[in-house]
Design a protein around this ligand. Structure first.
Ligand code: SF4
Length: 469
């Protein structure tokens, strides 16, 4: 009897706990994070989501269900800003009654007061590092968390929709904790900001000077993510460590990360920093993938961009890489229509693309950005002409990419299966390059040796050579 009674009490207790858990779950607020822009923003969103989760928020299945919608914006170029504004308005339409819409990210940092004034639909605009979990009532009442709100004070982390500025508790966004990745790969941001002043780029003006993370913090985050592949990102990746260690320490970082994961991939290498030691280190990772930020090849134009290099020098680097690793994959990006770009400059770019035979290329039309060096340059390129040049370069590069992908048919490669039927080898960076289509039976998150059987545009199809690991 006593035993039965005990079981009964324990059942009661279990039920009570269950009810409390369900009640809590129902009470917990839900959050939806919408991310725009580059991989660096995606990392920030992961951190914001995890922080919200730790503070008791549950993820919403769709924005309509969220008590808090956070839009992490991009302000890189005009089209990115347009997309950010459309997304904010779309989210405002979906916001449920009593819900809050918080805008953060690059655009919030760069145009804080303007956004707060022009978009009354937005409840709070939060700059980098401002605590985005502020509630609307706490801001309206002049009290945020345990911190007094300095209404109308100058440097602040948020702006309320009336245009009034408020100070918010700060958080160290770069080093915020992150959840384990639910994919076999993850971006890992190793630094924020940039010490360079490229003529077209506004990033340093709102992201600030480079701030590298300490090696131990990066290794700890890598361990948490628990992935097979890490994709290192920063505004100026090859300069990693210079600000805090007095010299770049990317090569050491790569070595340390290689002990934790199978693949380490690097995105965005400023060409002057691609020294032989770094080239060797990238080849040694087993992911000989070189993402070189070249932007143009005509020396006078590159100079006007306040950047390093020339087509001749870049071709030399490409040859050095291929000498060391003939199968290396090369990616780059170029800006078309920069002020002063002549027909001769454009031809130089086309010749370079033909000669370099890069695997992947991103081509972008120049966008005049406030506060940049190029905003005051003369020699505007007519937008029609810029588009025509962009089309010409894209058509040429599409053919090159297609040919290079065709040449992979018959080759055996190790691939990482990202999701059902979708894999990548060292040649494809996630989200930006093509994919390798594989059988739906291959284990997601595993490596597999495959043979490429066909090629369609940027994508390949492959079949397994042996059982995966
Ligand atoms: S390297 Fe140049 S383009 Fe890249 S973030 Fe820095 S200033 Fe901008």
């Amino acid at each position: 009897m006593i035993g039965a009674a005990l079981i009964c009490w324990s059942c009661d207790l279990e039920l009570a706990n269950q009810v409390a858990a369900i009640r809590m779950k129902k009470m917990a607020e839900r959050i939806w994070v919408e991310t725009l822009g580059c991989p660096k923003n995606q990392v920030d969103s992961d951190k914001l989501g995890f922080r919200a989760n730790r503070a008791g928020y549950l993820p919403a299945a769709e924005p309509q269900q969220a008590d808090l919608i956070v839009v992490n914006t991009c302000a890189f170029i005009e089209s990115a800003r347009e997309e950010s504004i459309s997304t904010i308005l779309e989210m405002a339409d979906l916001k449920k009654t009593g819900g809050r819409l918080v805008v953060t990210g690059c655009m919030a940092e760069r145009y804080q007061a303007e956004l707060a004034t022009e978009l009354p639909e937005v409840d709070v605009v939060v700059g980098f590092g401002g605590d985005f979990l502020v509630s609307q009532t706490s801001v309206a009442s002049g009290f945020v968390g345990q911190t007094s709100v300095a209404i109308g004070s100058k440097p602040a982390k948020t702006a309320f929709h009336s245009g009034t500025t408020f100070a918010l508790p700060e958080m160290d966004l770069l080093n915020l904790a992150r959840a384990r990745s639910d994919s076999p790969w993850a971006y890992l941001k190793v630094a924020e900001g940039c010490d360079r002043r490229c003529g077209f780029c506004a990033i340093p003006s709102f992201r600030g000077k480079q701030r590298s993370r300490r090696i131990e913090e990066i290794l700890a985050e890598a361990a948490t993510l628990d992935v097979k592949e890490l994709v290192l990102v920063a505004q100026d990746l090859a300069s990693y460590g210079r600000d805090i260690y007095g010299r770049p320490r990317l090569v050491e970082l790569i070595e340390l990360l290689r002990r934790q994961v199978d693949w380490v991939r690097l995105l965005y290498i400023y060409p002057s920093e691609l020294k032989p030691e770094l080239i060797e280190s990238i080849v040694a990772t087993g992911v000989p993938y070189f993402d070189l930020s070249l932007q143009h090849v005509s020396r006078p134009l590159v100079k006007r961009m306040r950047r390093f290099g020339s087509g001749e020098l870049f071709l030399k680097r490409v040859a050095e890489i291929r000498k060391l690793e003939p199968d290396a994959t090369l990616r780059s990006s170029f800006i078309i229509g920069y002020p002063g770009e002549t027909e001769q400059d454009h031809r130089a770019l086309l010749d370079f693309l033909e000669e370099a035979q890069l695997d992947w290329v991103g081509l972008f039309a120049y966008s005049r950005e406030d506060g940049t060096f190029s905003a005051n340059l003369d020699g505007d390129v007519d937008s029609e002409l810029a588009m025509q040049r962009l089309r010409e370069a894209s058509e040429l590069q599409d053919q090159i990419t297609r040919r290079r992908r065709d040449s992979q048919v018959g080759r055996e490669l190790d691939v990482l299966v990202d999701s059902v039927g979708v894999a990548r080898s060292y040649m494809e960076a996630p989200e930006i390059d093509g994919i390798i289509k594989v059988g739906a039976d291959l284990r997601v998150g595993g490596f597999q040796r495959v043979r490429v059987t066909s090629s369609t545009g940027p994508d390949l199809t492959a079949e397994p050579c042996e059982l995966g690991v």
